[in-house]
Write a protein that binds this ligand. Sequence first.
Ligand code: PMP
Length: 424
Amino acid sequence: MNLHNSTHEQLLSPRGTRASEQPISQLMSAALANPGIISLAAGFVDNATLPLEFVSEAAQNVLGDTATGRLALQYGTNNGPQELRQAIARRNFSNNADDLADRMILTAGSNQLLHLVAECVFDEGDIVLCAAPTYFVFLGLLKDMGVRAFGIEADDQGMIPESLDQGLQQLADNNELHRVKSVYLIPYCDNPGGSTVPEARRQELIAVMKKWQQQSPILLLVDNAYRDLRYSGEDIPTLTDLGADPELTVESGTFSKNFGPGIRVGWGVMPRWLFDSARRFKSVIDFGSAHLNQQLMLNILKSGRFDEQVQRLQTAYAGKLQVMLEACDTHLAGIPGVEYRRPIGGLYVWLELPPGVDAGSDSPLWKQCIERGVLYVPGEFCYPSEGAAVRKNTIRLSFGVQPESQIRDGIKLLSEAITAIMNP
Ligand code: PMP
């Protein structure tokens, strides 16, 4: 008997049935089917930068001592060790850090934090406002939950406050404000747009949020995944430090980008009403995320190695970003109507082609690029299905994984494909 017979799919719950293939798997299949292709698509960090020696050292410190070793290998707590939460809060927030640490949950990467918040707050048919474009895994999460993603216009400084206000007004005019549960924002070195929201615009976004929060409880969900990957300019305070309503704000972060994604330590600070629910929710998922990894991160933070690693990453990625931008200047700048942003950090460069040029995953350009040996993320994957228009003429390029020579070659191949499509 074939136990994988499709008739058993009737066992799947509505939620299980909705679990869809992420668009990124299409890219992975394209990469696997074309060995040797230069992938400027993957959002992975650079293997060469991963901090092997710091983790070995920390493992030695933690496990070499019987007491700390046994503690680390025992179950932890649902929301993770207080000392680590405090260290994270003090590193990220200037005001009330210890209070924030008390309302922090450590998770298995920050994707789990986003999931946890979504499970505790969003229901089928609810609406979440996101920048257009935004992080496509978050869009996938919303889609699988039956939650409507509503796009808000964004530029090279991130989500536009006036557009957020207009979007909320439009939903209010349609009598749908009660359905709006959250606004999702990536204020530092955005994935995919590359933008960092300046302090003044953060203040404006907070003001728009407060205006609408007087009418309806809308959660501001802030994803700070790329904060440490800044290669120029000054750090900017979090939305929380700038005065966002603490009763309606969640801040999340992760050690994936600034350290190593395999460590799977992420975090989120949330208001008490949500913290209590999320902590209980997490207790039936896993009793708390990997305690050993949390103790390793604590040791690394206390040893000063973490800041050393962040500096190493900043230097390495600054160089690669420069290589990508120089390659764009050389090969793409001269093509009429092609524009790209110059991010101050993160792992991505956002490219816009002339309005009629489709870069979607079934477009002639996409096929040309695969034939020529370069892979990108079609920007269309990153657009919410409602609200701001989907721009199919956009591309996300990553410089995280590839060595410098491949970045140069990849951009050259991309420019040749664009030129061929524009001049048939
Ligand atoms: N937010 C954004 C914007 C991301 O790009 C990522 C990773 N690609 C995450 C959150 C989640 O990363 P992790 O689960 O590894 O912490």
